[in-house]
Write a protein that binds this ligand. Structure first.
Ligand code: SF4
Length: 236
């Protein structure tokens, strides 16, 4: 069990379980900026159950790293779905090992549509993520999707392939375009306002519900001050 932290949002009645490590090696991974130390310990279901006693929440979110790398995820999903009785969601996932059993919703980050771009950026190809996304939709999960927009790598061309792919499944799936935030060791620049506007316009031509973020490094490191969904307290 790789859960190292639980946080709670009273306002959104949401528990979030944080999982250590990821199977991708994204060149633009935002965790690089946070320089988090390795967890001191991990928590099993009985300890989690004790820590959340008395909390009122409707949804449990699993976050990473990458939540599906946790071999105990099926057991956790069953516990929250059937013993606690709340909605279960992957708050974000790279989609490589997308589970569907006892899961109600998932937000998949489709990094790239092109296999070569995906391999270069994440270390793994894109096709499996796309296939898993479609299978999760067919299994009845509430889907959301996102991507990172890098003008100098993939750019509008790959973004168009991704949004057309999602449109081909269901154009009402909410889609988020995350403007690339420059990371140490990666060569690309942050999109300009005009480049970002073009990306959002392109996505909006194919999908009904498009949102975006266009953060600076400083804004990324201070999400709590900009978005109350990140205002949480630690419960274990
Ligand atoms: S999938 Fe997410 S957590 Fe994993 S390396 Fe990529 S950006 Fe980082």
């Amino acid at each position: 069990m790789a859960i190292y932290k639980g946080t709670y949002s009273e306002r959104y009645r949401r528990l979030t379980l944080h999982n250590h490590l990821c199977n991708f090696r994204c060149l633009g991974c935002t965790y690089k900026l946070k320089n988090a130390p390795n967890p001191e310990r991990f928590f099993e279901i009985p300890e989690i159950a004790k820590a959340i006693e008395g909390l009122e929440f409707d949804t449990v979110h699993f976050m990473g790293g990458e939540p599906t790398t946790n071999k105990g995820l099926p057991e956790l999903l069953a516990f929250f779905k059937h013993s606690v009785g709340v909605r279960t969601a992957l708050g974000h996932t790279n989609g490589w090992n997308l589970v569907t059993k006892d899961l109600d919703a998932t937000n998949v980050s489709i990094k790239f549509h092109d296999d070569n771009l995906a391999r270069e950026y994440t270390g793994l190809p894109a096709g499996r993520v796309l296939g898993n996304f479609r299978a999760a939709y067919d299994a009845g999960l509430a889907m959301k999707a996102s991507t990172v927009f890098i003008p100098g790598f993939g750019g509008l061309g790959d973004l168009e392939k991704i949004v057309r792919f999602v449109e081909g499944i269901d154009r009402t799936i909410p889609f988020h375009v995350m403007g690339y935030v420059p990371m140490p060791g990666a060569p690309w620049k942050r999109p300009t306002d005009a480049e970002m506007a073009d990306a959002v316009a392109l996505a909006s031509a194919h999908l009904d519900h498009v949102g975006f973020s266009h953060l600076t490094v400083e804004e990324l490191l201070n999400t709590e001050s900009r978005d109350d969904r990140f205002v949480v307290r630690r419960v274990f």
